[in-house]
Design a protein around this ligand. Structure first.
Ligand code: ZN
Length: 362
């Protein structure tokens, strides 16, 4: 994509969700997004559209009100509500199209999008039919400016048996762009060790492994995700800031922590991790983790539910004291940590560097 087109898109999207946001050097650069839930990307307007298609009347304002919560349990309830609107493969096709258009508007050129297959299973849906609709939408519309890969997520509190069913589907769909198997949900619900056979199965079938950990759980939760499940990237992992030795060990092994600033404030996990009930964004340990040598990426998690986008996350990282150089480092790390073949990764990194260089020369 040429730089002019990138700048146009960045300016257009900058006025969409947070008009008063301070732009950063990342606005005009190609970006990768690695921790992003498809179902958490459903904006209130789309939620209302989905409800109407299923003969239920809900206004955009009512949909937005369903995204108001103060703690992690409330967030899970909101997630349950929005996924209840997804009933047919065509619903998944619709939200995929909307998300890809939004990502291109922010100059995201590569995304690994997590699909909560565990929720599809709970609702007795045909997972493969939904996934075919999702993958075909991404392929058929020929989104030339964005490449997408998929991560199938199981839900921890549903237990190992449904998780294994999802791992099997993920293994079968690798040819359709599924690159990894992961686990989200309530981190404290079921012991990590119970899932070991499931993750061993996924790993043996050639899938990459990710896991939410150290979000509401402590450093041990992160340690187990890596040691027991073989996680290559950790969703959130902010608890690592409390265990220096763990942080150093993860960095030396190349394990990346996927930071999601707005999410951590909105779900109350920052308050929990810091022991400060009134914790705000200013209390987020992103800078501390970065200074300690941790490998970090920046992501949106559930952008619609947290009323954010990737440009806003970089802007908020800047407000935490990260310099433009550190923001560039974070953004490049997202390409480095991607589950892409090395040669493809190299191309993305080279393009990113040359775009950053030409921007600096302007
Ligand atoms: Zn997540």
């Amino acid at each position: 994509m040429n730089l002019f087109k990138a700048i146009f898109r960045a300016v257009r999207s900058a006025t969409r969700f947070h008009p008063s946001r301070q732009p950063t050097i990342l606005d005009c650069l190609p970006k990768a997004e690695l921790h992003l839930h498809l179902e958490g990307s459903i904006r209130p307007e789309t939620a209302a559209e989905l409800a109407a298609s299923h003969h239920a009347e809900i206004t955009v304002e009512e949909a937005a009100a369903r995204y108001k919560f103060t703690d992690f349990a409330g967030f899970i309830e909101s997630f349950k509500w929005v996924t209840s609107l997804l009933r047919e493969p065509s619903d998944y096709a619709l939200i995929t199209r909307k998300l890809l258009e939004e990502l291109m508007g922010q100059n995201v050129v590569y995304a690994e999008i997590t699909i909560s297959a565990g929720v599809m299973l709970l609702r007795n849906q045909n997972i493969e039919a939904n996934l075919v609709a999702i993958c075909e939408t991404a392929q058929n519309l020929r989104y030339e400016d964005i490449r997408v890969a998929w991560i199938l997520d199981c839900v921890r509190q549903f237990g190992p048996e449904p998780a294994l069913q999802i791992a099997r589907v993920a293994a079968r769909l690798q040819g359709s762009g599924v690159v990894a198997f992961g686990m989200g949900g309530d981190e404290l619900a079921v012991p990590t060790a119970n899932f070991r056979p499931v993750f061993d199965f996924a790993h043996e079938r050639g899938l990459h492994i990710v896991c939410h950990a150290g979000e509401i759980g402590g450093p041990d939760s992160v340690r187990e995700a890596v040691e027991v499940l073989g996680a290559e990237r950790i969703g959130h992992g902010i608890a690592v800031v409390r265990d220096r030795a763990l942080g150093q060990s993860l960095a030396s092994r190349g394990i990346v922590l996927e930071n999601c600033l707005t999410s951590n404030v909105a779900t109350g996990v920052l308050a929990k991790q810091t022991g400060n009930p009134s914790a705000t964004l200013a209390d987020h340990p992103l800078k501390k983790l970065l200074d300690s040598g941790a490998l970090l990426t920046l992501s949106t998690d559930d952008p619609a539910m947290f009323s954010t986008d990737l440009l806003t996350e970089y802007s908020r990282a800047a407000s935490l004291g990260l310099s433009p150089r550190e923001l560039l480092h974070l953004a490049e790390q997202s390409f480095r940590a991607a589950f892409l073949p090395d040669a493809d990764k190299r191309v993305y990194i080279d393009n990113f560097r040359s775009a950053a260089k030409s921007l600096a020369m302007k």
